[in-house]
Design a protein around this ligand. Structure first.
Ligand code: SAM
Length: 329
């Protein structure tokens, strides 16, 4: 699949549920209203949609949410999608998770062909962790991370950089991750969905974080990529890799290879734009996949050039109304 700007679309992210067992302050309000269960695709429908994308050339699939591992039966989806790994059509089946359920599922994920996992962790301080996630328990997540490592999954730690919350802890987090052999990626907070507070207060540009890190570490640029939006450096002192996802200070749309499917069957061609395509109607209209396939072609032909996220005092409304948990981070 090639979009109007010549970009190959080969990466699908699928939000399998908008529900989550955490309430991260920058992601959603504490009293979040979730989609009625009847509006959510069945796991069989998600499998079918993913399989159409794979047949059309998608070779990387990331399962996300919400928290993907709280969706009942989600292991059946991983198990069934693993057939595309076996056939060679899919190169990578992976997930983004908050880690809370990994102690239970890490071994099974590995058996399903998952080789690497992104785990979100914004702080190593138990109280801060509780205040950022509202409902999360750090010890449980650290146990999940250990379980992933023991199961032989390659772990990447995702950290949202938050002014006044974890900005002083970033070197500690990086030393911790690299000493365990984990890559770490920093993410700028994006203006998506309403939250209880004001995002501008916690927005921390990664250009600043990078400059501060450079005072004590040698950051050696590398051309290594993992197929996502992060740009990496190798940190000479730790030997580990550090990624920067900078949708605000430097957008990376020129190399975007991704589209995102919600758990209601809506395809978003850009994380930061509202245009979308309904795949649910063609999916349910016919047991053969021709209509869905045509709807995907139409959607790819409309993939926008990029997003234009801005966060400052004059732009403190979300750029898009839907939260990250719906579109899938
Ligand atoms: N529940 C899973 C998790 O915590 O990784 C997967 C979904 S979560 C929406 C995916 C990632 O998006 C997490 O790393 C989270 O920190 C990040 N995220 C959520 N809202 C965000 C926002 N407004 N800006 C930047 N990152 C955000």
């Amino acid at each position: 699949m090639i979009d109007p700007f010549g970009r190959h679309v080969s990466y699908l992210r699928v939000s399998v549920t908008d529900r989550c067992d955490f309430r991260c302050t920058y992601c959603m309000p504490e009293q979040m209203s979730f989609l009625p269960k009847k509006d959510v695709l069945t796991l069989e429908e998600i499998d079918r949609l993913c399989s159409v994308f794979v047949a059309k050339g998608v070779n990387r699939l990331r399962i996300t949410g919400g928290e993907p591992l709280v969706r009942r039966g989600v292991m059946n989806l991983f198990r069934s999608l693993s057939r595309h790994l076996e056939s060679g059509a899919l190169e990578d089946l992976t997930l983004t998770t908050n880690g809370s359920q990994l102690a239970r599922f890490a071994g099974e994920l590995r058996q399903c062909g998952v080789r690497r996992v992104n785990i979100s962790l914004d702080t190593l301080d138990p109280e801060k962790f509780h205040s950022v996630t509202r409902w999360g328990n750090l010890a449980q997540v650290l146990g999940g991370i250990d379980a992933a490592r023991e199961a032989g999954l390659k772990v990447k730690i995702n950290v949202v950089a938050l002014r006044g919350i974890n900005e002083d802890e970033i070197p500690t987090l990086m030393d911790w991750a690299h000493s365990r052999g984990f890559d770490m990626t920093l993410i700028e907070t994006m203006p998506m969905g309403d939250i209880d507070g004001d995002r501008t207060e916690n927005y921390l540009p990664l250009s600043l974080v990078r400059a501060r890190l450079s005072e004590n570490y040698t950051l050696e640029p590398t051309s290594e990529r993992t197929g996502g939006p992060a740009r990496y450096v190798r940190v000479r002192e730790t030997g580990g890799k550090l990624g920067f996802i900078t949708p605000l200070t430097h957008n990376f749309c020129e190399s975007c290879n991704r589209v995102r499917l919600t758990c209601t069957g809506i395809l978003y061609m850009c994380l930061g734009q509202d245009d979308s395509a309904d795949l649910l109607t063609p999916l349910r209209a016919s047991p053969d996949d021709n209509d869905v396939s045509a709807a995907i072609d139409d959607a790819i032909a409309r993939k926008p050039k990029g997003h234009d996220f801005i966060i400052d005092r004059r732009h403190n409304r979300p750029a898009v109304a839907r939260p990250m948990s719906l579109t899938g981070g």
